[in-house]
Design a protein around this ligand. Structure first.
Ligand SMILES: [Zn+2]
Length: 479
């Protein structure tokens, strides 16, 4: 039986902090406890795979902190009122809540399918209006905000000396008095931004009657209010995609620090973009995907997870179907290896095995501690798989060692979340069962192409399918 060394909180974790543009040693405010805020989905539509990349990076980050023994409090907001949600619900003639509810459900289905750990809480913007109003009032009282002639309330960026330092933009170039009312805009337009939007007819029946007047919050103040409510005035980590860096995170920081006079966030972590077949993803280019599109094409959601997490978060991912196939193969290799280890019953034991086991745990850990260097961590892991497979082929892995190796793989999988449980009885996995079922449906619908694709996919998982007069029969390929 394997009794793993109790994992200690690592003093060696280092993250690249966007604020300083340097790798820094990670030290949480409270010993053993990490508080992190991750910007959640704007629920006006289904999240696309670029959004999912951010959520998967954040999941890997959180799992790694937990692997190292930290308790993590993670808050992810749901943006259920902003320019886009209002526009989408009104253009479809559906009440806002009804419109966003559909996409909130879709979001939770996606994160479950991708084995993303649930955040501690998912606060909704519409349920935190009083907290936002209180922040805006403090900003008005402190002279950081003013009311425009349209009745909306704006943040005066000239009052926050450090404005622009997170996204590294120069403020001297700003036109005095320039202001913007929309939630999202580009760097070139950096200017006073809206905190509270006075109602106009484009908002329809979406408004709150508050001390600030009839209106609704701007997008940026939503995240300041919800993060500080649940995590305190200063917390450890704030994440998001690079597209959120400006204006969203710059503005969040300016508002929050102006209210509290304290540092808002110690470590800012941003993940890079996702490209599809080398291009920016766009509906008009026909390369825009949501998770359900890929699953409908017969791809396993765990392969999508593997593909997304196996590229370092600060590198762009070029999503391709070849890459997805490669991810599926890598995943199968890990699964088969975990299973083979569990079934090992070698007569002799190779002394070198001990060194390999201790070596991989150390090297994998060191790589992940280094700003989640997943590429290096996986390279060490696959070296280990190759070496131990050779010993397995030669019958040099005892039952005890096999169990220990399997348990180590399960420990790594607490961070990776891709292998799942393996069974020695060589039963069909749930994934294979679902695929067989899906293939039957496809055959009933005379969709031979999909049926063939699924047959191939099952084959790559070691499950052989035979269609007989009595129905389908499956057997497991001998590995
Ligand atoms: Zn946010």
């Amino acid at each position: 039986m394997f009794y793993g060394k109790k994992t200690m909180q690592s003093e060696n974790i280092r993250f690249f902090n966007t604020l300083t543009r340097e790798k820094e040693r990670f030290v949480p405010i409270e010993k053993g406890h990490v508080k992190m805020y991750t910007c959640g989905p704007t629920v006006y539509d289904f999240v696309h795979i670029g959004n999912l990349r951010a959520f998967l990076f954040e999941d890997l980050l959180r799992r790694w902190l937990e692997y190292r023994g930290y308790t993590v409090t993670q808050i992810m907001n749901l943006t259920d009122v902003d320019d886009r949600t209002i526009k989408a619900s009104r253009s479809q003639g559906v009440p806002l809540r009804q419109h966003t509810e559909r996409f909130v459900r879709g979001f939770f289905e996606d994160i479950e399918a991708l084995n993303i750990e649930k955040a501690t809480q998912y606060p909704r913007a519409t349920e935190h209006i009083p907290e936002m109003v209180a922040l805006v009032k403090k900003l008005l009282d402190g002279g950081y905000a003013y009311k425009g002639e349209d009745g909306s309330i704006y943040f005066d960026i000239s009052k926050f000396k450090d404005y622009g330092s997170l996204a590294k933009i120069k403020v001297e170039e700003l036109k005095p008095g320039a202001r913007v009312k929309v939630d999202d805009y580009t760097k070139e337009e950096a200017s006073d931004f809206v905190l509270w939007k006075a109602w106009d007819e484009n908002d329809g029946d979406i408004f709150w009657e508050t001390e600030l007047g009839k209106g609704r919050p701007g997008w940026h103040i939503e995240c300041s209010a919800m993060s500080m409510k649940y995590l305190g005035e200063t917390f450890d980590i704030h994440c998001g995609g690079v597209d959120n860096l400006f204006p969203h995170h710059e503005n969040e920081r300016a508002q929050s620090e102006s209210v509290t006079g304290r540092k808002f966030v110690n470590y800012w972590l941003h993940n890079e973009h996702l490209l599809v077949e080398g291009r920016r993803m766009a509906k008009r280019l026909g390369n825009y995907y949501i998770l359900k599109d890929l699953v409908a094409k017969g791809h396993e959601s765990m392969a999508i997870r593997y593909l997304m997490i196996s590229t370092h978060y600060r590198q762009q991912i070029n999503f391709t179907f070849d890459g997805l196939e490669g991810a599926q193969k890598a995943l199968e290799r890990l699964r088969n290896f975990a299973l083979r280890s569990l079934e090992a019953d070698g007569k002799s034991a190779d002394q070198r095995l001990r060194g390999l086991i201790e070596g991989v745990e150390k090297l994998f850990g060191e790589a992940m501690d280094d700003d989640l260097n997943i590429s290096v961590a996986l390279a060490h892991l696959f070296d280990f798989v190759r070496d131990v497979n050779n010993f397995l082929d030669e019958g040099k892995v005892s039952k005890e060692d096999g169990q220990e190796i399997h348990d180590l793989m399960m420990k790594f999988d607490k961070a990776l979340g891709v292998i799942g449980e393996v069974k020695t009885e060589r039963e069909l996995s749930q994934v294979a069962e679902d695929l067989i079922h899906k293939r039957e449906e496809a055959r009933k619908a005379r969709d031979w192409k999909t049926a063939d694709q699924i047959r191939e996919q099952l084959k790559s998982m070691g499950v052989l399918i035979e269609d007989t007069a009595e129905g389908i029969r499956w057997k497991l390929e001998k590995k």
